[in-house]
Design a protein around this ligand. Structure first.
Ligand code: FES
Length: 145
């Protein structure tokens, strides 16, 4: 039911860890499944994400999507990182089972939360970035679980 890429990123996740004095840190959770993801971004003066790390306390799909999401934002500028949506992460992983789609939302929202933290600390506005939720299950339809 999982693609080979999902299994590979789950077994061998990239960019696991923390960044000390990160430019931005984002933590989001999903109260329904109890999973939590934290993303650390190291952004240089030119607005390029030069390093990214994550910690995920969650299911295998959450680990695989965090791993792929960090790979996709690394080396990108802040605006390009916003285009790393959960859909883009799922496509890069050759798909996720329908019941696991919400896990990829955790990755997207954690990146947004880290970018929001970076923007707030630096007093800048990132066009197209809305204030992230700390619990992504808020306002979600019951039936997807
Ligand atoms: Fe919660 Fe996957 S089951 S993130």
């Amino acid at each position: 039911m999982y693609s080979e890429k999902v299994m590979e990123h789950f077994s061998n996740p990239r960019n696991v860890g923390e960044i000390e004095n990160a430019s931005g840190v984002g933590t989001v959770g999903n109260a329904k499944c109890g999973d939590i993801m934290r993303i650390y971004l190291d952004i240089n003066n030119g607005g390029i994400i030069q390093d990214v790390k994550f910690k995920t306390f969650g299911c295998g799909a959450a680990v695989a999507t965090s791993s792929m999401a960090t790979e996709l934002v690394k080396g990108k500028n802040v605006k390009e990182a916003l285009q790393v949506t959960n859909k883009a992460v799922m496509e890069a992983l050759d798909g996720l089972p329908a019941v696991k789609v919400h896990c990829s939302l955790l990755a997207e929202e954690a990146i947004h939360a880290a970018l929001w933290d970076y923007a707030t600390k630096n007093n800048i506005v990132i066009e197209g970035l809305d204030k992230p939720k700390s619990d992504i299950s808020e306002g979600e339809a019951e039936e997807i679980y």
